[in-house]
Design a binder for this molecule. Structure first.
Ligand code: SF4
Ligand code: SF4
Length: 405
């Protein structure tokens, strides 16, 4: 029987033009994303080979642009990631499912009744007007989420909106948008939530977590959290006046964009772009002075990249706008201006400049200046523009406070 399943899986790969070598390489990548040693790749491969039995999942949308779905769609077939997703039985996926009307709603109810499913949630939870800011088939989106979350074995909150409300949460937030964990804490639903950051999130990260789910779903779904190397981030949710603890895969948020940025050498040399369309931009210099939030944003974008690992924001010449951070719009706008409250390295615990900007901001900016001066003293700064040309902006506007425009 196992042999048959094995054969069926490799038939599936062959039909899609995927070699066994490509498959094993992908399993190594998944192992890394899950925070496992590369030696775990063969076990992952073996588990997926057996996994021809479909596992149920629901993909629900809250207040979203469906960009995360679109990002998933860029995992174009034939492709190992697509095959992995085919191991899920996505019984409801509003944006792309064939079912409509009553049949679609019945799919949700049937899946919930059977239990043992993974809930994937995209978009913000819209709590404004007592939940009436988002109605699906006449039902409040908040009620649908609560109902589906209560019966799920685990939840993936995909994209910044699902993590903490994303840009929908930005001031003045008339729709009362919050993230999934914040909402579930409020209604006392304890189902584990794993958060996948960025706007949109990376399809590769979603696939890695789905693989993790497939690996444990048959044995003990409770192992999902235990087997996923996680980091906790504190989120100070102004809307609900509550502190929320969010769980993220460690591999994804364990280091900053700046740590892995290919332009880092230019930063160290004091070689900066100060104007778009300039000679410095053409040379691929560091984008810090035109607003790059890479030093304070904890995600693996430079490593994973987007669109089948072709590129990512900084690689394409755009400063990182920090969409992997919490309350990222309020905290990071204006996107093309350097913030005075930037943090360099340090703890994951506080990415809310509002509460610490007055103190930390000056220190962080000073640290950068000192860093630049140190480089200069050491003779490592080239002929790039002066370090603090944009300081006047900070003097004029002061430290920004999240949500306080
Ligand atoms: S996280 Fe970004 S891409 Fe994803 S649904 Fe929200 S706005 Fe769209
Ligand atoms: S500031 Fe931005 S562009 Fe410059 S090295 Fe850091 S992440 Fe890269």
């Amino acid at each position: 029987m196992a042999q048959e399943a094995h054969g069926a899986f490799y038939d599936l790969l062959a039909v899609r033009g995927v070699s066994r070598r490509d498959f094993l390489k992908y399993c190594s990548y998944v192992a890394a994303t899950l925070g496992l040693a590369e030696t775990a790749a063969p076990q992952i491969a073996a588990a997926l080979e057996k996994g021809t039995k479909l596992k149920p999942a629901l993909w629900l949308n809250g207040g979203s642009c469906t960009g995360c779905t679109e990002s998933m769609a860029q995992v174009d077939s034939p492709d190992v990631a697509t095959i992995v997703l085919e191991l899920l039985s996505l019984n409801y996926f509003e944006t792309i499912m064939a079912a409509a009307g009553e049949q679609a709603e019945k799919n949700i109810e049937d899946t919930i009744a059977d239990g043992g499913y993974l809930l994937i949630y995209e978009g913000a939870v819209m709590m404004g007007e007592d939940g009436n800011t988002l109605l699906v088939n006449g039902e409040k989106g908040t009620d649908i989420l609560q109902h589906a979350a209560e019966g799920a074995d685990a939840i993936l909150a995909v994209g910044a909106c699902a993590v903490d409300g994303g840009w929908v949460y930005a001031h003045p937030n008339p729709a009362g948008a919050v993230g999934v964990q914040s909402f579930l804490d409020g209604v006392k639903v304890k189902t584990p939530v794993v958060n996948l950051p960025c706007c949109p999130t990376s399809p590769e990260w979603v696939v890695a977590m789905v693989v993790q789910w497939l690996l444990v779903a048959d044995d003990d779904p409770a192992l999902f959290l235990e087997k996923t190397a996680l980091l906790a981030k504190e989120y100070h949710d102004n809307y609900r006046d509550a502190d929320v603890s969010l769980l993220y895969p460690e591999y994804i948020v364990g280091s900053t964009i700046h740590d892995n940025c290919p332009r880092r050498g230019h930063f160290e040399n004091g070689e900066f772009v100060t104007e778009f369309g300039s000679e410095e931009e053409a040379k691929g210099y560091c984008l810090y002075k035109v607003g790059c939030k890479g030093p304070q944003t904890y995600t693996q974008c430079p490593v994973t990249r987007w669109n089948r690992s072709v590129s990512w924001c900084v690689n394409s010449g755009a400063p990182c706008i920090g969409c992997g951070g919490l309350n990222w719009v309020d905290n990071n706008a204006p996107f093309f201006k350097r913030l005075s409250s930037m943090q360099m390295g340090g703890s994951l615990g506080n990415v809310q400049p509002g509460s610490v900007a007055a103190v930390v901001g000056g220190v962080a900016a000073a640290a950068l200046v000192a860093h630049g001066l140190g480089m200069k003293a050491a003779g490592r700064i080239g002929d790039g523009p002066p370090m603090e040309e944009m300081k006047a902006y900070d003097r004029k506007h002061g430290a920004k406070k999240g949500g306080d425009k």
